[in-house]
Design a protein around this ligand. Structure first.
Ligand SMILES: Nc1nc2c(c(=O)[nH]1)N[C@H]1C(S)=C(S)[C@@H](COP(=O)(O)OP(=O)(O)OC[C@H]3O[C@@H](n4cnc5c(=O)[nH]c(N)nc54)[C@H](O)[C@@H]3O)O[C@H]1N2
Ligand SMILES: Nc1nc2c(c(=O)[nH]1)N[C@H]1C(S)=C(S)[C@@H](COP(=O)(O)OP(=O)(O)OC[C@H]3O[C@@H](n4cnc5c(=O)[nH]c(N)nc54)[C@H](O)[C@@H]3O)O[C@H]1N2
Ligand code: SF4
Ligand SMILES: [Mo]
Length: 714
């Protein structure tokens, strides 16, 4: 590696997204000046994505928050004063103490964003504070159904095996576009390499996504109906006798029940529901079953609907039937080489479990069996807004912009405005931070110390993030939490972050300081672990039929449910809103609501886009690049038309999490093009996870005319 004048280099791990890329960080005069992929990292082997290489532009951006801020005028007036850490922490903790004593710790909620370095530390803080109410905008809508279903079915989480000698022969991409969204258990580059090595690709997606373009087969499914498609594929695999009979007989439970259960779910039945031709369903089922080893890459397309448990279960069963679990080149169970984060869950008083908002209904999200029990977002925000069943008075958000990422943004706004205390810790001023009482400046990844196990959840490799630079008064979230904990005298506050990291690393016989020198540890993968001790399920087998679910009152075998808002369920509404709306598909340039202020990224994607088929565009007189109004029964937004053949002709797709840092405070244009103005946070929810619907709603599109429709604003 070549050093330029005055540079120093450090090895760490990029966390502009969920992370995973080993990198070399070049520092000059105390600033990050460039980052490069680390060729020695087994994960990315020197590769980096377009966001990661922008780290210096993010770290040194003039708009970065650099000091703690206290609101001066009214909420949202845009008037702030800089105060010291000592003052801000003193003021916040004295208010927290007041709420805790006066109304109980459950009146304080904690919020955060998707899988950051401080994720588990926020959970730890909630337990230490004694509040059951923390949330993250993903959870029931992201990853928790996949993790929980994996645990129930296989006794552990699985990820595609792109790391060994044997490469997958087939990859079934189900509602997932990893060439763009990569770091959700794998990296884009690993998937791309497997496809380049000749893996057959099948994409189940209403859009022919960037990943879909590499696939031999595209199944443009009607959003929200994936469970029907998966059930039909199970039907075909059993009917055609192309399941792995030996594996099924020896290592699974409930095959006979499953076989009987799927008899009615023929490809013809599924075609009517999913809009995918039955011949394509048969072909996809055969390709997946007959090309072993195969990976099933699952994503948000399976989860962001009110039948998330059963949809994800149906996909999980496909892996089991075909014997693709924990084999080289298949979907592998994690090594979990680090000890789980000490979240102090035993410090949460018993009585608080019952008070967790939503837990009594959504047992796999908030109940004691849940993977990482959290509050149900619509129930929590309703409690802020209405005081039912009790008032939530304070919310501390560590990295999250819920005005853009939680369904039904207008209700989110009303809920936040009702709080007595809103504190937002972020890298930048956002529309959510702009209506807070205090805004705290967060550290970006090169300013942070943490241990990261990767791929997420399965932890086959462990890496050290190290603090290399300091920007202004920015502090890592864990530090802020620890300082608050100390002032409040909470359990665990005597431990330093380094103690926590060392505790995690203990089974590896290494300390954080040593790991920093070593950069990463990547033990060889052990396959077919079930042959030694069975699967880590109650039956020790892979559970096609799940008795745990049955005991909890959920269907032990997967079932299909029509989405509550759809051309079939609500045909009257569909006359007014004739297209099926899906939201959220990721873009390479942005991570969720971030990076719109980074010039090189924004230049590549200056506007929010709505994708529609040429037939739809022609019907409404819409031309490529026109501004379009997209409306749903809940609201309307404007986006630029992206007209493409690569989408089902009855589906419209909008990007999510748009706001405009260049527009004026406090809204920053958050009401203009924000997908969650269209989405629904009302029941019905998934009965186990409480997932609400972000995909498979109804909408209409029309060309924006200058004097006509204007975006709604509050
Ligand atoms: N309609 C629709 N809505 C969706 C989705 C969808 O597909 N469709 N997807 C959902 C999913 S899967 C998820 S995970 C959520 C994501 O939702 P969030 O994770 O809430 O994403 P953001 O809104 O971008 O908020 C992240 C904020 O954290 C800040 N940040 C980044 N790093 C740090 C850090 O280290 N510390 C601190 N304190 N702040 C930091 C960023 O500047 C940004 O403002 O959105 C959900 N919302
Ligand atoms: N660049 C970038 N990378 C990211 C993120 C980001 O914001 N930007 N976010 C991160 C986070 S938190 C997450 S959770 C992951 C998400 O990563 P993915 O799971 O890949 O999520 P999406 O790209 O939102 O959606 C995947 C695909 O689902 C399709 N789809 C939409 N509705 C349906 C449906 O009903 N059924 C099916 N089968 N498909 C459907 C979309 O067209 C899209 O191509 O990405 C992570 N990585
Ligand atoms: S994929 Fe994620 S970890 Fe890798 S370079 Fe991009 S932002 Fe960084
Ligand atoms: Mo997510």
């Amino acid at each position: 590696m070549k050093l330029r004048d005055g540079e120093q280099v450090f090895r760490s791990v990029c966390r502009v997204c969920h992370g995973g890329c080993g990198v070399q960080v070049f520092v000059k005069d105390g600033k990050v000046v460039r980052v490069k992929g680390d060729p020695a990292s087994p994960m990315n082997k020197g590769w980096m994505c377009v966001k990661g290489v922008m780290t210096p532009e993010i770290a040194n951006h003039p708009d970065r928050l650099r000091t703690p801020l206290r609101r001066k005028g009214e909420r949202g007036s845009g008037q702030w004063e800089s105060i010291s850490w000592d003052e801000v922490l003193g003021e916040i903790t004295s208010q927290l103490e007041k709420f805790r004593k006066g109304f109980g710790p459950e009146s304080i909620a904690l919020g955060q964003g998707t899988g950051r370095h401080h994720y588990m530390h926020v959970v730890r803080f909630a337990n230490a504070l004694g509040t059951p109410n923390w949330y993250e905008p993903g959870l029931a809508q992201c990853f928790i159904p996949r993790i929980t279903v994996s645990n129930l079915t296989y006794g552990g989480f699985v990820v595609g095996d792109y790391y060994g000698e044997i490469s997958p022969k087939c990859i079934l991409f189900w509602g997932h576009n990893p060439l763009v969204s990569g770091p959700d258990g794998e990296l884009s580059i690993s998937v791309k390499r497997a496809l380049d090595r000749g893996a057959l690709g099948i994409a189940v997606d209403p859009r022919r996504s960037e990943t879909g373009k590499y696939c031999q087969q595209w199944l443009p499914v009607r959003p929200g109906t994936d469970a029907a498609l998966a059930l039909a594929m199970i039907h075909v695999i059993i009917r055609e006798n192309i399941f792995d009979a030996e594996f099924v007989a020896k290592w699974t439970t409930g095959f006979d029940e499953l076989k009987k259960h799927v008899e009615p779910f023929t490809p013809g039945w599924a075609e009517a529901i999913t809009w995918v031709p039955s011949s394509d369903i048969v072909k996809a089922a055969k390709t997946y079953a007959l090309n072993k080893p195969a990976v099933l890459e699952w994503g948000l397309g399976l989860e962001q609907n009110p039948n998330s448990l059963q949809t994800v279960r149906a996909a999980a069963i496909l892996r089991g039937l075909t014997g693709n679990v924990d084999i080289p080149g298949g979907d592998i169970l994690g090594m979990n080489i680090v000890r789980s984060y000490p979240t102090l869950k035993d410090k949460l008083p018993e009585g608080m479990l019952k008070k967790r908002l939503g837990a009594e209904h959504f047992k796999l999200l908030g109940g004691w069996r849940a993977f990482m029990p959290s509050a149900h977002i619509p129930t929590l925000f309703r409690a802020m807004r209405t005081g039912e069943p009790y008032r939530v008075r304070a919310l501390l958000i560590f990295g999250g912009n819920p005005l853009t990422t939680v369904a039904n943004s207008k209700e989110v706004y009303e809920s936040l405005q009702k709080l007595d205390l809103l504190v937002v810790t972020d890298l930048f001023m956002t529309p959510t931070a702009a209506i807070a009482d205090y805004v705290l400046p967060a550290a970006l990844w090169p300013e942070v110390e943490q241990v990261i196990g990767y791929p997420l959840v399965v932890e086959n490799m462990v890496m050290a993030q190290q603090k290399i630079t300091q920007v202004g008064e920015c502090r890592q979230d864990e530090w802020i939490i620890d300082e608050m904990s100390r002032r409040l005298g909470l359990p665990g506050s005597e431990e330093r972050l380094e103690d926590v990291m060392n505790y995690q690393l203990e089974p590896l016989g290494i300390t954080y300081q040593k790991l920093k020198e070593q950069v990463f540890i990547h033990p060889p993968h052990e396959y077919r672990k079930f042959e030694k001790n069975g699967f880590r399920t109650p039956s020790k087998k892979l559970e096609l039929y799940c008795r745990t679910l049955e005991r909890m009152g959920y269907d032990p075998l997967p079932t299909y449910k029509e989405p509550p808002e759809s051309p079939v369920q609500t045909p009257e509404l569909a006359r007014e809103f004739p297209y099926v709306l899906t939201t959220g598909s990721r873009r390479k340039e942005f991570f969720q609501s971030e990076h719109r202020q980074i010039p090189l990224l924004r230049k590549r994607r200056p506007y929010p886009q709505v994708e529609m088929h040429p037939e739809v565009a022609a019907l409404h007189g819409i031309k490529q690049g026109d501004w379009v109004i997209v409306s749903s029964p809940r609201g309307r937004i404007r986006m630029k038309a992206l007209i493409t053949e690569d989408i089902h002709p009855r589906v419209v797709n909008v990007e999510h999490a748009w706001w405009f840092p260049e527009k004026s405070a406090p809204d920053y244009g958050v009401w203009e093009s924000n997908a969650n103005m269209l989405t629904n946070n009302a029941p019905p929810y998934d009965t186990a996870f409480g997932s609400y619907q972000l995909r498979g709603l109804l909408c209409r599109v029309e060309k924006e005319v200058e004097t006509g429709l204007k975006p709604v604003s509050t």
